[in-house]
Ligand binder design. Structure first.
Ligand code: PGA
Length: 249
């Protein structure tokens, strides 16, 4: 069975609640495409107003992060129960900015992934190498390690529904998109790794996105690759261009 493409916006720390509503209003006629799952991952405070504004459309509202406990004394954190109750289905886990600025590790990513599944949320699990790692020729080894730890104790049935976002750190927000060959090579290696951890059926079912300076002009070629099942889009998801990315064909 062909995998359905999934194209997700990552708004990062942009858009106040009222700006979020206007952005959803602007984008909603532009992102209509039944062949693709469309997700807007928004700041926690925007989830409820954005969900309201997206009612009756094909837009799914997602979160950018969550904590790995249900509730308690964790000031400032957002729990999977809160996301679930707000109607969220997708949650980005382990974005490289969270790893860099908020000390997330492969181990916390794994805990969050397990919690997300426990509560019926679909994690968009991020991985990616730095420029130094790419230059040292250790990209594939590094990504395989990130994937193996992220999926510890995740069942095959859960893994089949997961989304992985391969985002080379050097390509994020830099305008320096990976070449189609570089992106496809790593996404294919991730699929092989999932096949080794689980089995062929799981490897074929899991969806793998590319992220890092995706634009309306780079999307068509990237998304046409056999192992790239869509994209995680930062900067361009805040603009009408996101409509062109969703309708890349
Ligand atoms: P970018 O961000 O598209 O602005 O490079 C992608 C991401 O960080 O998810």
């Amino acid at each position: 069975m062909a995998r359905k493409k999934i194209i997700a916006g990552n708004w990062k720390m942009n858009m106040t609640p009222s700006e979020a509503v206007s952005l959803v209003e602007t984008l909603k006629p532009l992102v209509v495409n039944d062949e693709v799952d469309v997700v807007f991952c928004v700041p926690a405070i925007d989830i409820i107003p954005a969900t309201e504004a997206a009612k009756g459309t094909n837009i799914n509202i997602g979160a950018e992060n969550m904590y790995f406990e249900e509730k308690g004394a964790y000031t400032g954190e957002i729990s999977p129960l809160m996301l679930k109750d707000a109607g969220v289905k997708y949650v980005i886990i382990g974005h490289s900015e969270r790893r860099e600025y908020f000390a997330e590790t492969d181990e916390t990513v794994n805990k969050k992934v397990l919690k997300a599944f426990e509560h019926g949320l679909t994690p968009i699990i991020c991985c990616g190498e730095s420029l130094t790692q790419r230059e040292q020729g250790i990209t594939i080894d590094w990504i395989r390690q990130q994937i193996k730890i992220a999926f510890l104790n995740v069942t095959a049935d859960q893994a089949k529904t997961a989304v992985i976002a391969y985002e080379p750190i050097w390509a994020i927000g830099t305008g320096k998109v990976a070449t189609t060959e570089q992106a496809e090579e790593v996404c294919a290696a991730i699929r092989v790794c999932i096949g080794e951890i689980y089995d062929q059926a799981t490897a074929e079912a899991i969806r793998i996105q590319y992220g890092g300076s995706v634009s309306a002009s780079s999307a068509p070629e990237l998304f046409a690759q056999p192992n790239i099942d869509g994209g995680l889009v930062g900067g361009a998801s805040l603009k009408p261009d996101f409509g062109k990315i969703v309708n890349y064909k």
